[in-house]
Design a protein around this ligand. Sequence first.
Ligand SMILES: [Zn+2]
Length: 105
Amino acid sequence: MANLMLWNDSDKSKLIELFNAGKSVDEIACQLQRTPQAVLNKCTRLSLSFRKRDKKTVLRKKKEIDENEIPCLRCRENFKSEGKFNRICDSCRNINAGYVGVVPG
Ligand SMILES: [Zn+2]
């Protein structure tokens, strides 16, 4: 009797491909015409962890933001720096503009 839930090699490589492309369980299930539960079971057997993968993605995104944003020297709020010497956020720069000699640097 044919097992409808059997995974052949092309199903498996498609699953890994979609997994690595960052697709969700539902999207993969839909593309492979299987239930999300079947996809999850197969992923577990192939040692593919959605939780680990998504955590990595979040960490990578966080790092990208951290590289562009630095805390303002004055108010400590993170802001997008325009460069090495841009260490004060726009709102603090406006405040500092009113005082002579207050701008650090
Ligand atoms: Zn500031």
